[in-house]
Ligand binder design. Structure first.
Ligand code: AP5
Ligand code: MG
Length: 190
């Protein structure tokens, strides 16, 4: 199955994607995790990414599309994948469609985790205390939310138009959210 997990910062994309990918036995590809790993290893990409990420800004589309094109070309992605954090702009969504189309493929399902802004900020500030992620400061969180609204939220309408969007209530415990997600995925498989 080929999925894109959509949702604002703090919605639980990573939390849910990890579990679902394991259950479906497909790779979980998180652009944020890949970029944080590159920053930690101080690679060329990491040095380029750090400035954008620390401000909550998006990296240029061509950089991200290049990385994801390489990742999706790996043999482990042939039977399916779960994308988390990509696509994030209309240009990225179109590039992904083209990439899949060129191999006779398409997305099966795009779950959108819906969570109110107050809860998002609360979760991310909570994570800042626990994990100290560099972009989990109040100012940068606000900027990430603004960018989500302006650049990523329009993807929901786009995928709805493609008939693959499924909105899921993302509040409640992680187990409760996973149950909702699982039932949407099962309905898709059936
Ligand atoms: P990315 O890493 O994708 O960050 P994000 O979208 O801001 O989302 P988060 O990872 O913060 O949230 P999440 O939805 O994964 O939630 P999580 O499960 O962690 O991107 C980071 C940066 O990289 C971007 O700002 C950009 O600079 C760059 N980048 C990445 N992709 C890019 C792209 N395609 N193009 C350009 N630039 C790109 O949960 C959050 C917290 O809440 C955790 O502490 C978790 O434990 C907790 N939690 C989860 N579920 C629940 C629940 N149900 N109840 C209570 N707490 C919960
Ligand atoms: Mg994440």
């Amino acid at each position: 199955m080929k999925l894109v997990m959509l949702g604002p910062p703090g919605a639980g994309k990573g939390t849910q994607a990890k579990r679902l990918a394991k259950a479906l036995d497909i790779p979980h590809l998180s652009t944020g995790d890949m970029l944080r790993d590159a920053v930690a290893r101080a690679t060329d990409l990491g040095r380029q990414a750090e400035g954008y990420m620390s401000k909550g800004e998006l990296l240029p589309d061509d950089v991200i599309v290049g990385i994801m094109g390489d990742a999706l070309a790996e043999s482990r992605c042939v039977k399916g994948f779960l994308l988390d954090g990509f696509p994030r702009t209309m240009a990225q969504a179109e590039a992904l469609d083209q990439l899949l189309e060129s191999r006779g493929d398409r997305l099966d399902l795009v779950p959108l985790l819906a969570v109110g802004e107050e809860e998002l900020v609360k979760r991310l500030l909570g994570r800042a205390r626990l994990e100290g992620r560099a972009d989990d400061t109040e100012d940068v969180i606000r900027r990430r939310l603004e960018i989500y609204t302006a650049q990523t939220k329009p993807l929901a309408a786009y995928y709805r138009g493609c008939g693959v969007l499924s909105e899921i209530a993302g509040e409640g415990t992680p187990d409760e959210v996973y149950e909702r997600l699982e039932s949407v995925v099962k309905a898709q498989v059936a």
